[in-house]
Design a protein around this ligand. Sequence first.
Ligand code: CTP
Ligand code: CA
Length: 225
Amino acid sequence: EQHVASNELLKGKKVLVTAGPTREKLDPVRFFSNHSTGKMGYAIAEAARDFGADVTLVSGPTSLVRPQGIQTIQVESAQDMYEAVMKHFQHSDIVIKTAAVADYRPKYVADNKIKKQQGDYTIVLERTIDILQTLGKQKTHQFLVGFAAETNDVERYAKEKLARKNADMIVANNVVQEGAGFGTDTNIVTIFKRDGTAKQLPLLPKSEVAKQILREIHYEIEGRL
Ligand code: CTP
Ligand code: CA
């Protein structure tokens, strides 16, 4: 049995990774967002670079430092992320959508700061575009990987997302589990594949989870480890 040297596992492959949260503006001083810190996505981008890939990282706002040797594009909203991803999609071989993209944004964005009034305030939200689902419809040769952050019924939701988004793999984590989810340096994930099988990984540092995911992707593409 032959193993490819680690630093050449993804040599010549163009890998597009998205990471972090998005921010959806309400007015010049306020936005909607989520708890994503970008750690999992950055770990994947760095591991792909270390495996020899040519990596582009599209990142929402995070406090992480720009990784060396990776083309990093900073974006803010779901719409910005969509546009940046579409620019790079055609020439990518592997797309890994780790970002926690907002599903809704304020329908009306105020030009000036909204002043408080007496009583309740109602904000109308509209849907953002589902980037992964759009890629799933348009993909030609790209291997598409989605993430699923769930608080319950992980397997059912992950399998449903795999099908609905036409992805090749869904990496699911239960974000309320100890050692998994937002802001931690470790994660516990299960990798769901098109053939209906699932591979559960133990509690690992996000850097190790990243390597395992990339090895699985390589295996799916090349048919060997
Ligand atoms: N995703 C995306 N664009 C969106 C929303 C999600 O590309 N507007 C991607 C995420 O980056 C992730 C995958 O879809 O790779 C799953 O995201 P998730 O939020 O778990 O799924 P949703 O389809 O948004 O379903 P829900 O939030 O209702 O569980
Ligand atoms: Ca969502």
